[in-house]
Design a protein around this ligand. Structure first.
Ligand SMILES: *[C@@H]1O[C@H](CO)[C@@H](O)[C@H](O)[C@H]1NC(C)=O
Ligand SMILES: *[C@@H]1O[C@H](CO)[C@@H](O)[C@H](O)[C@H]1NC(C)=O
Length: 375
């Protein structure tokens, strides 16, 4: 992207985003509101997804670990109320994106060995809940590292080459969107909760350390032929119910932890400047890297929750709302009757409705990538 275009786009993106959020507030939102069509004559054939629970549709189900979400009440508001392993009550933003692009209804987990070739070539997710850029982070919950996700991608590529040929596979990969969403577990779990890396890194040095690993991962994707990479930044991690719980001092009440939010903002600033640097120094004209802001939309939902019809912000729908996630949020846990009034489904993950609104905030970027790919 030319830098003038980019600046305009970032400016426009910011404003469209606010407008979109205002426009959609107060309306009944569900999957049926997503137009299933190819906007701007979408020619992008697939989305290939890497990262953590924000984009994991159930890969952890197949690796037999504790950190899973494939039992009720997860998936309560999903098709057939199926608990697929998605850490929410319905769809993930990546599911809403592929639906919006008119490709298919959901992005399946790559580790399901029964996926057909048709399912593989229209996009899969390699993501694993609990993972991060820092190689230490996935070891905390024994989940799939990003390096391993890249190896699975190589295997995916070989399977496609066997089925549709080398040339067509190369073309498919070149035309697909690579979506990358990770980093929260590095900071919220590894650094601030387990305090492992905290022994040897200041917060700002850890940001740089995580970015080094981010860069390494991007190089890996580029060397595999990726030409359109969308990267999601960090959310306001200080507002996750579990973080609020572990940092709340009696009497102050439950509030977002500003110290942790400011680390997320700093990291996002560095990430964007790193991405601009990559774009201008290392990438050829055909290769684009796009930043997707999740901090702004989620922060706005939290601060102006009434405008969106949310009634509960600092507690989650499942359990007490203070600490439960994964196996602690299960069939025996009390659950709120209407998750659409909550921003958080469990103490770490947004509800389907919050994810839908995040997708809406990403829409101008998706439209832009589609247009950028056809022109
Ligand atoms: C999509 O393609 C058709 C046929 O080529 C064209 O008539 C139409 O204007 C295109 N729509 C958009 C939104 O670009
Ligand atoms: C795995 O994929 C197949 C083919 O789409 C599907 O029928 C099956 O339900 C999936 N398995 C799980 C556990 O979701």
């Amino acid at each position: 992207m030319k830098s003038s275009t980019r600046q305009y786009f970032q400016f426009a993106h910011h404003h469209i985003l606010l407008l979109t959020l205002v426009y959609f507030s107060g309306r009944v939102l569900d999957a049926h509101a997503v137009p299933k069509q190819r906007p701007f004559n979408n020619t992008i054939p697939a989305i290939l997804v890497f990262g953590d629970s924000t984009v994991d549709p159930g890969n952890n189900d197949y690796i037999n670990r504790v950190f899973k979400g494939n039992f009720p009440p997860y998936g309560r508001d999903f098709a057939n109320h199926a608990a697929t392993g998605r850490f929410t009550n319905g769809r993930l933003p990546s599911d809403y994106i592929i639906l919006y692009m008119g490709i298919k209804d959901y992005i399946p987990p790559y580790l399901n060995q029964s996926l057909s070739i048709e399912e593989l070539i229209t996009g899969v997710s390699f993501a694993s809940a609990g993972t991060g850029y820092d190689p230490l982070t996935p070891t905390l919950s024994n989940v799939v590292s990003l390096q391993k996700q890249l190896e699975y991608f190589q295997e995916y590529r070989e399977r496609l080459e066997g089925a549709i040929g080398k040339e067509e596979t190369g073309d498919l990969i070149k035309r697909s969107i690579f979506l990358l969403s990770a980093g929260t577990n590095d900071f919220a779990l590894n650094y601030f909760t387990e305090q492992l890396r905290r022994l040897s890194f200041s917060a700002s040095n850890y940001e740089k350390f995580v970015l080094q690993h981010f860069k390494g991962f991007i190089q890996g994707l580029l060397s595999q032929g990726a030409t359109k990479i969308a990267v999601v930044g960090l959310p306001p991690m200080g507002c996750l119910p579990v973080i609020i719980t572990s940092n709340t001092i009696p009497l102050t009440g439950r509030q977002c932890v500003e110290r942790i939010n400011s680390v997320a903002r700093d990291y996002n600033t560095l990430l964007q400047s790193e991405m601009r640097h990559l774009q201008s120094t290392q990438l050829n004209k055909e290769t684009k890297i796009y930043y997707a802001d999740i901090y702004g939309p989620l922060q706005d939902m939290i601060q102006n929750h009434q405008r969106y019809g949310f009634e509960v912000v600092s507690r989650a729908c499942c359990g007490t709302g203070l600490v439960e996630a994964s196996f602690m949020c299960n069939a025996k846990t009390p659950v709120c009757p209407d998750a659409s009034k909550y921003i958080f489904w469990d103490a770490i993950h947004p509800t389907d409705r919050a994810y839908y609104l995040i997708f809406q905030a990403f829409r101008p970027l998706i439209d832009f990538i589609i247009k950028d790919s056809t022109s």
